[in-house]
Write a protein that binds this ligand. Structure first.
Ligand code: 3PG
Ligand code: MG
Length: 400
C-alpha cells in the first residue's frame, strides 16, 4: 500500500475538487516561455474532468506582497486553456465572494482557476482562518504540486488537514520516481552534483554520500574540492573558507568506501564571455589567470564510464557555466550519454533542480531521461533528506 492516497482512491463525480497546482511558470513580456509545469498537471485535470469533478485550480505565481496585477494568474488562464484544450474560467480572488460565486456556477467537468493564493498573507502564514475559507470552496483536495511541497503554506499543507486529500498524478509520479531512486535503487547508484557553490549544497552532499556508491562533483563547486586537494585553480570560482570542509567530505567518503569523482581536466578562459578564447588543460596545469568554466573531454569520458557501470543516476546541477557557450559542452555530452544509456535500458536516470532542467532542455534530452522533476527548491530539499510539508501532509491524511 502506498503511503499516500491517489486519484484511484477518490470519489470524484459531482465533487468540488480543490487542486493545488504549480503555475509558477516563467513569463517574459506577458508570454509563457516554458509550459512544462502546465503540461505536467494536464493529466490530473483531464482525469478529474472526465470523472465528472468540478476542478478548482489553486496556485501561487511569483512572490507578491499583497495584490499585484503583474502577478495575476489571469495572465496564465489562456495558456492553461490552450494546453488543456478546454475552457478555463477565472475568478478574481481565491476566497470570498468572487471565488464562492465562481464555484457555485460550476457544472461537473468545468474548470475554474482562482486568483494567486499569495495575494493573501494567510497563504504563506498557513493561517487557519484563510485555510478554512479555502476549504469551504471544496469537497476534496488534490495536491499535484511537488515543486511547492517544501512550503508549509495554506494551499499546500493546511488545506490537507481540512479535506480528504489525494496526490494528483504528477505528484504521484514524482514521489514514486524519487522514492525509488534514493530508497530502493538498483545499484551502483551514482549522483551528479553540480552548481556554483559547496556552501549551498553541504546538506545535500552529506545526505547523498550516505546513500550513493559514487558521487560525481561538477560545476563551480568542484573547484573548491580541487583546491582542497592541493590544485591551483587560478581565478576560478572557489570557496577558500570551505577547503577544510571539502577535505572532511572527501575523508568521510573514503572511510565509507564511497567514490568521489572530480574533474581531471578543464576548459579554461580568462573571462566568462560567449565564444571567448578557451583552452583545455589538466587540473594540474591551471594558470594563475585561468578560470575553470567547464569540465574537459577526459573528464567527460571519465564520467560517462562511471555512468556505464552504474544502474541508477540522480542528477542535480550542471557541470559548467552552461548558459554561456561553449561552456555547456560538458553538460550536454554527459546528458546525451545518460539519455543513450537510459534508452538502452541500462540506467535509471532522474534529474531535477531549476538549472539542471534548463540545461537538459537545452540539450534536448530531458524527454529521454527516466524522470525529470519540475521542482527546483523542493527537489534540493528532498535530496537533502528533509521532510517536505506538502508530502508529509498527504501521508498523514491518507484516506482509506
Ligand atoms: C518554484 O518555482 O520553485 C516553486 O513554484 C516554489 O516557488 P517559491 O520558491 O516562490 O516558493
Ligand atoms: Mg523556488
Amino acid at each position: 500500500m502506498r503511503a499516500f492516497a491517489t486519484l484511484d482512491d477518490a470519489d470524484i463525480k459531482n465533487k468540488r475538487v480543490l487542486v493545488r497546482v504549480d503555475l509558477n511558470v516563467p513569463v517574459v513580456g506577458g508570454k509563457v516561455t516554458d509550459r512544462t509545469r502546465i503540461e505536467r498537471i494536464a493529466p490530473t485535470i483531464i482525469e478529474l474532468v472526465d470523472k465528472g469533478g468540478k476542478v478548482i485550480l489553486l496556485s501561487h505565481f511569483g512572490r507578491p506582497s499583497g495584490h499585484d496585477p503583474k502577478q495575476s494568474l489571469k495572465l496564465l488562464a489562456p495558456a492553461i486553456a490552450d494546453v488543456l484544450k478546454r475552457p478555463v474560467a477565472f475568478a478574481e480572488d481565491c476566497i470570498g465572494k468572487e471565488a464562492t460565486a465562481a464555484v457555485a456556477a460550476m457544472n461537473p467537468g468545468d474548470i475554474v482557476c482562482l486568483e494567486n493564493t499569495r495575494f493573501h498573507v494567510g497563504e504563506e502564514e498557513n493561517d487557519p482562518d484563510f485555510v478554512a475559507k479555502l476549504a469551504a470552496l471544496g469537497d476534496i483536495f488534490v495536491n499535484d504540486a511537488f515543486s511547492v511541497a517544501h512550503r508549509a503554506h495554506a494551499s499546500v499543507e493546511g488545506l490537507g488537514h481540512k479535506l480528504p486529500s489525494y496526490a494528483g498524478r504528477t505528484m504521484q509520479a514524482e514521489l514514486e520516481a524519487l522514492t525509488k531512486v534514493l530508497e530502493t535503487p538498483s545499484r551502483p547508484l551514482a549522483a551528479i552534483v553540480g552548481g556554483a557553490k559547496v556552501s549551498t549544497k553541504l546538506g545535500l552532499l552529506r545526505n547523498l554520500l550516505a546513500r550513493v556508491n559514487v558521487l560525481i562533483i561538477g560545476g563551480g563547486m568542484a573547484n573548491t574540492f580541487l583546491a582542497a586537494l592541493g590544485h591551483n585553480v587560478g581565478r576560478s570560482l572557489c570557496e577558500y573558507d570551505l577547503l577544510s570542509t571539502a577535505r572532511e567530505i572527501v575523508a568521510h567518503a573514503e572511510a565509507k568506501g564511497r567514490e568521489i569523482v572530480l574533474p581531471v581536466d578543464a576548459v579554461v578562459a580568462q573571462k566568462l564571455e560567449a565564444n571567448v578564447q578557451s583552452r583545455i588543460v589538466s587540473v594540474n596545469a591551471i594558470g594563475a589567470f585561468d578560470m575553470i568554466l567547464d569540465i574537459g573531454p577526459r573528464s567527460v569520458q571519465r564520467v560517462i564510464s562511471v555512468l556505464a557501470q552504474a544502474k541508477t543516476l540522480v542528477w542535480n546541477g550542471p557541470f559548467g557555466t552552461f548558459e554561456v557557450k561553449p561552456f555547456d559542452q560538458g553538460t550536454i555530452e554527459v546528458a546525451k550519454a545518460t539519455a543513450e544509456l537510459t534508452e538502452a535500458g541500462k540506467l535509471v536516470s532522474v534529474a531535477g533542480g531549476g538549472d539542471t532542467v534548463a540545461a537538459l532542455n537545452s540539450a534536448i534530452v530531458a524527454e529521454r531521461f527516466t524522470y525529470v522533476s519540475t521542482a527546483g527548491g523542493a527537489f534540493l530539499e528532498w535530496l537533502e533528506g528533509k521532510a517536505l510539508p506538502g508530502v508529509e501532509m498527504l501521508a498523514a491524511n491518507r484516506c482509506p
